[in-house]
Write a protein that binds this ligand. Structure first.
Ligand code: SAJ
Length: 431
C-alpha cells in the first residue's frame, strides 16, 4: 500500500485518485478550490462521468480517500493539473504544474516518487519539474524520483479507458520508471510501456497531433468535395474500406482541452512543425466555413434567427471547453444573426440554454454543431411548426437528410453541399 497525494481533482486527477483508492492505496486528493474539496468530502462528484460515483462511495466508506486544499507528506505525489495554452503566444502555460510542484517541495522526502500526468512539452520533467522539486535540497535520481505518465483516457469513457488503455511510463531514470510501473499495475489492465520522460512527453503530444492532422485532412477533403459536388461522408466511408486508410470525420472544428492545444506544445520550441500548424489553422477556420454555409442558405432572409443544436465540444457529453460552437456563435452574432442555443447535455454556457421548442420558435435555420445521439432521433415533422423558415445546416452529418427534406427542410451538410444528385447511388453488396 502506498500513500498517494494527488494534486488536481479535475477530470483526470479525481478519477485517477478513485482508482488508486479502490485498489489498495491511501489517497489524499488536493485541490486549491475549496468548493470541489467540500463536494468530494460530502461524497458527491463535482462532475458526472459513468462509474465514478460508485468508486467515490466505496473509497469514502473504506476510508481510503479524503480531499483537502493542502498537500501533506506521502510516498507518492501525482500532479494532474491543467496546462493551458497562452492564446497570444501559443506557448504552454506551466504555472499550475510549477505551483503544484512548489506545493510538494516542503513535503518531499528521500525515496519519494513524483508523477506528472498533466500534458507537458518535451523536457518539462527534466527542466521545470526537476529544478522546482530540487528546491527541497534533495537531488533528483538520488533522493527522489520523477516520471511522466500521461493520461490518455477519452472524456465520456474515462473509467474504461483508464483501466484498459495501454500506458506510457517515462521516468527521468530507470528507478523512477520501475517505481511508477509497480504503482500503476494495481489497476491498469492495459500494457505498460516503459521509456524515458522526454519520450513519454513527446508520445502523448504526438497522439493528439496525429488526430488533429487527420481531422484537418477530413475538413480539407470536405471543402474539396463541396467544390466537386461529391458527398464526402460516402467518399470517406468507402476510402476507409482500404485496409491501410482511416480518415476521420469533418466537422465545425476541433474543441476540447487536448487536441486543439497539444500540437502547439509539440512545436513551441522548434522551428519545424509546418504541417502541424497548418492543420491547426484548417481546423480553427471551420467555424468560418460553417458561417459561409449559413449565409448561403439564409440569403434574402431579413433579421435572421438561427438555432444552435449542440454547444458541447463533442457528442453525448456536456463539456464545452474550447468548443468550436463558441467561435461560430460569436462570428454569427457579429454578422447580425440572432442566436438561440439548445443543448440537452450542457448545464452552463455563456448563452442562455433553451428547451427544444423554445429554441426553434421563430427560427430560420438550425445549425447542428454537436453530434449528440438524441439529435438523430428528432422527428422533423414534430419540430417544424414553430419555425419561420425550414433550413438546417448539419455540420456532423447527423440528420437523415431525406426525411427532413420530405417535411420541407432545405438541408445542407458539410462536405455534401448543393449537390443536385445528393442521394448518390452507392451500390452495396454487403456493408
Ligand atoms: N472530432 C472531429 N472529427 C472526428 C473526431 C473528433 O471533428 O472524426 C472533433 C470532436 O468533435 C472534438 C475534437 O475533435 O471537437 C476532439 O475530440 P476527440 O474525441 O477526438 O478527443 P478528446 O479531446 O475528447 O480526447 C483526446 C483523445 N486523444 C486521442 O484520441 C488521440 C484522448 O484519448 C486523450 O486522452 C485526450 O484527448 C487528452 O486528454 O489528451
Amino acid at each position: 500500500m502506498s500513500k498517494i497525494c494527488i494534486l488536481g481533482m479535475g477530470y483526470i486527477g479525481l478519477p485517477t485518485a478513485l482508482l488508486f483508492a479502490n485498489n489498495g492505496n491511501d489517497v489524499v486528493g488536493v485541490d486549491i478550490n475549496q468548493s470541489v474539496v467540500a463536494t468530494l468530502n460530502k461524497g458527491s462528484m463535482p462532475f458526472e462521468e459513468d462509474g465514478f460515483q460508485e468508486l467515490l462511495n466505496s473509497a469514502i466508506k473504506n476510508n481510503t480517500f479524503r480531499a483537502q486544499t493542502v498537500t501533506e507528506d506521502a510516498d507518492v505525489f501525482l500532479v494532474a493539473v491543467p496546462t493551458p495554452l497562452d492564446k497570444e503566444t501559443h506557448l504552454s502555460d506551466l504555472k499550475y504544474v510549477a505551483s503544484a510542484c512548489e506545493m510538494i517541495v516542503s513535503h518531499l522526502k528521500k525515496g519519494n516518487l513524483v508523477i506528472i500526468e498533466s500534458t507537458i512539452p518535451p523536457k518539462t520533467c527534466e527542466k521545470t519539474v526537476k529544478s522546482t522539486l530540487q528546491k527541497s535540497g534533495l537531488k533528483a535520481s538520488e533522493d527522489f524520483y520523477i516520471t511522466h505518465c500521461p493520461e490518455r483516457a477519452i472524456p465520456g469513457n474515462t473509467l474504461h479507458e483508464m483501466v484498459y488503455n495501454d500506458r506510457i511510463i517515462g521516468g527521468i531514470d530507470k528507478r523512477s520508471t520501475e517505481l511508477t510501473e509497480s504503482l500503476y499495475s494495481c489497476f491498469v489492465k492495459g500494457e505498460l510501456h516503459l521509456t524515458n520522460s522526454t519520450t513519454a512527453e513527446m508520445v502523448k503530444l504526438m497522439e493528439n497531433t496525429f488526430r488533429d492532422i487527420n481531422i484537418a485532412l477530413a475538413n480539407e477533403l470536405a471543402q474539396i468535395a463541396d467544390e466537386y459536388g461529391v458527398n464526402v461522408w460516402d467518399a470517406i466511408r468507402i476510402a476507409n474500406k482500404h485496409p491501410r486508410v482511416n480518415i476521420l470525420n469533418p466537422g465545425p472544428g476541433v474543441g476540447g482541452h487536448c487536441i486543439a492545444i497539444d500540437p502547439w506544445f509539440l512545436t513551441e520550441d522548434t522551428n519545424k512543425g509546418r504541417l502541424i500548424s497548418l492543420s491547426r489553422q484548417i481546423n480553427d477556420s471551420m467555424p468560418q466555413y460553417v458561417l459561409k454555409m449559413v449565409r448561403e442558405i439564409l440569403v434574402g432572409v431579413e433579421n435572421p434567427v438561427i438555432t444552435i443544436f449542440g454547444v458541447a465540444y463533442k457528442g453525448d457529453i456536456g463539456d464545452t471547453r474550447a468548443t468550436p460552437a463558441r467561435k461560430f456563435i460569436k462570428l454569427a452574432e457579429k454578422e447580425g444573426y440572432e442566436i438561440r442555443v439548445h443543448d440537452p447535455f450542457v448545464t452552463e454556457f455563456d448563452y442562455p440554454l433553451l428547451g427544444l421548442s423554445e429554441s426553434l420558435n421563430g427560427s430560420d435555420c438550425i445549425v447542428l454543431l454537436t453530434d449528440h445521439s438524441v439529435f438523430k432521433e428528432i422527428k422533423p415533422e414534430e419540430i417544424c411548426g414553430g419555425m419561420r423558415n425550414l433550413n438546417i445546416v448539419d455540420t456532423r452529418n447527423v440528420v437523415d437528410g431525406k426525411a427532413w427534406k420530405k417535411v420541407g427542410f432545405r438541408v445542407q451538410t458539410i462536405g455534401n453541399v448543393n449537390i443536385p444528385h445528393a442521394e448518390i447511388l452507392i451500390t452495396k453488396r454487403s456493408d
